[in-house]
Design a protein around this ligand. Structure first.
Ligand code: TYC
Length: 105
C-alpha cells in the first residue's frame, strides 16, 4: 500500500464522522408577580441570588410588576434549580408569597 492511499483513508474518516455531542438543555428562571411581596424585597432577592446590580434588579422587578412575570436568567438545570430553591426558601422565611419557577428554554 502506498503512503498516499493510507493517509487519504484516514482523512476521509475524520471528515465524515461528526462527533455526537449534544449541548445540555438550558432553563429559564421566571419570577411571578403577586400583590403582597414588597418591591424592595424582590430587588434584594435579585441582587443577592442573581448577582444583578440595583438598577438591573429594579428593572426586572418593575417588568414583573407590570407584565406579570419575567425571565431573570438562563442556566443549566442544576443552577436553575438551586436559584429557584434559594428564592423560594428566602421568600418563605420572610413570609412573602413570592413565586419563582423554571422552564426549559
Ligand atoms: N407587585 C408587587 C407590589 O406591588 C411587587 C412584586 C414585584 C411582587 C415582582 C412580586 O415577582 C414580584 N408590591
Amino acid at each position: 500500500m502506498s503512503e498516499k492511499e493510507d493517509g487519504d483513508e484516514d482523512r476521509e474518516l475524520l471528515v465524515k464522522t461528526r462527533p455526537k455531542t449534544k449541548r445540555p438543555p438550558l432553563y429559564k428562571v421566571l419570577l411571578i408577580n403577586d400583590d403582597y411581596t414588597p418591591m424592595e424585597f424582590v430587588v434584594m432577592i435579585l441582587e443577592k441570588f442573581f448577582g444583578l446590580t440595583n438598577a438591573q434588579a429594579f428593572d426586572i422587578m418593575i417588568t414583573v410588576h407590570k407584565k406579570g412575570l419575567a425571565v431573570v436568567g438562563v442556566f443549566s438545570y442544576e443552577v436553575a434549580e438551586t436559584k429557584v430553591a434559594q428564592v423560594m426558601d428566602c421568600a418563605r422565611q420572610h413570609q412573602h408569597p413570592l413565586q419563582c419557577t423554571m422552564e426549559k428554554e
